[in-house]
Design a protein around this ligand. Structure first.
Ligand code: GLY
Ligand code: MN
Ligand code: MN
Length: 497
């Protein structure tokens, strides 16, 4: 990539101030290491001759009505308090290159906006409720040269929406984020800040916030996101559909993966995620052979061999940032061996029992307990736990040597969604319509596990689906991908034909 002509790291000038201020700012920008490259003539030339591209015909984004309702729900929980929810800043990868930006999930949830440095502020009104404002970086100034001389200039980074364009798109008032630190410093009254995203905003509020109050905001936001609205459910449905297409893409190129490595699978799925969505929702796990027994296998640099199983755990994140989280364990050659199938069928049976336990009014823990019981029954029946009863195994948790992880988690704008929700509303809670969770039991026999027969070693199986709690039960949003072993083989045969 090309380097900017400037090494200037200064903040762009504020658009406020007199003509003289702006002229002085322009000189400062030019002089900041640029004198040899920017003549007055060039600066004057660059300052003019640009069309007005302001748009006045923009419609609110489809999510706008939903974000307004979410903000109202948040407002009602903290009357009289100023709430500050930053999107976060770009993170440096090296020098002047940055990681792709993704806003904080709560900011995106409450605004529908995804631009870096944005900050949502809910200002308490004297007559109750709050006034919401999105503080954003406006378009960069042409006259001062900011648009091409400053570090964040639009000539380099691309056109931004103006504040008035963003007001139309997001359906809420917008203001210049560069004015925010001063406003926050001057503000009086209680403030709650969503920490961990914007050090500049945090610095402006150090004297005004408490860890306890801020934690209360973080927890509430997580809990608000438990029950999904119609927009979120539709988006998660699309995420699952796009992910299913990505899994089909992978099956079609298994020969190329065999000729190269697990990376071919990762790259193939990523292509689908970037074309249909925003990104992958988490690092794809493309685990072939014994790598399938490593729960967080994301190195994806191993061989892919016919006769082995491929555990693929991947999810497309949509352009609205909702992600699927799906796992299929596939026989690379298209057919399970009898032993692979025996283990696969046990996991399938456990997952089926887990999914059946998901429904309104059920305890969150029910699907985990149901799946673990089935897995324990098989482990006992296979003679891996001596003469212990299934109940004793479950009481002591001995199955966990091979089942390893919990059977699922909430899913949404984060793959492990609602992580800050209080225990009584999460693992000790009760399911309600609109909750989306994963059901993902697995069995993993490590390659060096001397307590299992040799032929089991190096086999890992997980099956993971995304389940919506409905009024009368549940809906498997990822049902487009077959789970049952014969159906998996038939599906692969069709794609490989
Ligand atoms: N891939 C992350 C998970 O399944 O929870
Ligand atoms: Mn997963
Ligand atoms: Mn998961």
């Amino acid at each position: 990539m090309a380097e900017r002509t400037s090494g200037n790291q200064e903040e762009p000038p504020t658009p406020e101030g007199t003509e003289d201020d702006r002229a002085a700012e322009a000189v400062k920008l030019r002089k900041n290491g640029l004198e040899p490259q920017v003549s007055d003539e060039l600066a004057a030339n660059m300052a003019q001759g640009w069309a007005d591209t302001e748009r006045h015909d923009l419609e609110p984004v489809p999510q706008a009505a939903h974000t307004a309702r979410r903000r109202a729900a948040l407002s009602s929980r903290f009357p009289g308090e100023r709430l500050v929810i930053p999107a976060g800043n770009l993170k440096v990868r090296a020098n002047d290159t940055y990681y792709r930006f993704r806003p904080s999930s709560d900011y995106a949830y409450l605004t529908g906006d995804q631009t870096e440095n944005g900050v949502l502020v809910l200002e308490p009104r004297t007559d109750g409720g709050h006034e919401a404002t999105a503080y954003l970086l406006p378009r960069s100034d042409r006259e001062s040269g900011e648009f091409w001389l400053s570090d964040r200039g639009e000539l380099w980074d691309g056109r931004r929406n103006s504040l008035t364009e963003n007001e139309q798109l997001l359906g809420l008032p917008c203001a210049d984020v560069r004015t925010l630190p001063e406003r926050l410093k001057e503000a009086t009254g209680p403030v709650r800040l969503l920490r961990g995203h914007d050090t500049g905003v945090e610095a402006a509020l150090t004297d005004k916030v408490t860890a306890e109050r801020d934690e209360g905001l973080r927890v509430l936001l997580s809990e608000m996101r438990r029950v999904k609205d119609d927009f979120e459910i539709a988006d998660l449905r699309f995420a699952c559909e796009a992910t299913a297409r990505g899994f089909e893409d992978v099956v079609k190129v298994l020969d190329k993966a065999e000729a190269t490595s697990e990376r071919y699978i990762e790259g193939t799925f990523f292509l689908r995620a970037r074309v249909e969505g925003n990104d992958v929702g988490y690092a794809s796990i493309c685990a072939s052979g014994a790598h399938a027994t490593t729960i967080h296998w994301v190195r994806n640099d191993g061989r892919v061999r016919s006769g082995d199983l491929l555990l693929l755990d991947a999810g497309v994140e949509t352009r609205n940032l909702y992600t699927a989280d799906i796992t299929r364990t596939l026989p690379v050659g298209g057919r399970f061996t009898p032993l692979q199938r025996k283990i696969y069928d046990a996991v399938y049976e456990a997952q089926t029992a887990g999914i059946a336990a998901v429904g309104p009014g059920a305890a969150y823990r029910d699907f985990h307990d149901a799946a673990q019981r089935v897995l324990a029954e098989h482990l006992v029946a296979w003679g891996l736990l001596g003469d212990l009863s299934v109940d004793k195994v479950l009481e002591l948790g001995l199955q966990r040597r091979w089942t390893m992880h919990g059977t699922g988690h909430m899913l949404g704008i984060d793959v492990h969604d609602c992580a800050a929700a209080r225990t009584e509303l999460y693992v000790n809670g009760t399911l309600e319509p609109g909750i989306v969770l994963t059901v993902e039991p697995g069995l993993y026999f490590q390659a060096d596990d001397l307590t299992v027969p040799e032929e089991y070693r190096g086999i890992g199986v997980r099956i993971e689906d995304d389940i919506l709690v409905t009024e009368d039960g549940n809906e498997n949003l990822s049902a487009a991908l077959p789970r049952q072993a014969d159906e998996v083989e038939a599906w692969m045969a069709r794609l490989l034909a």
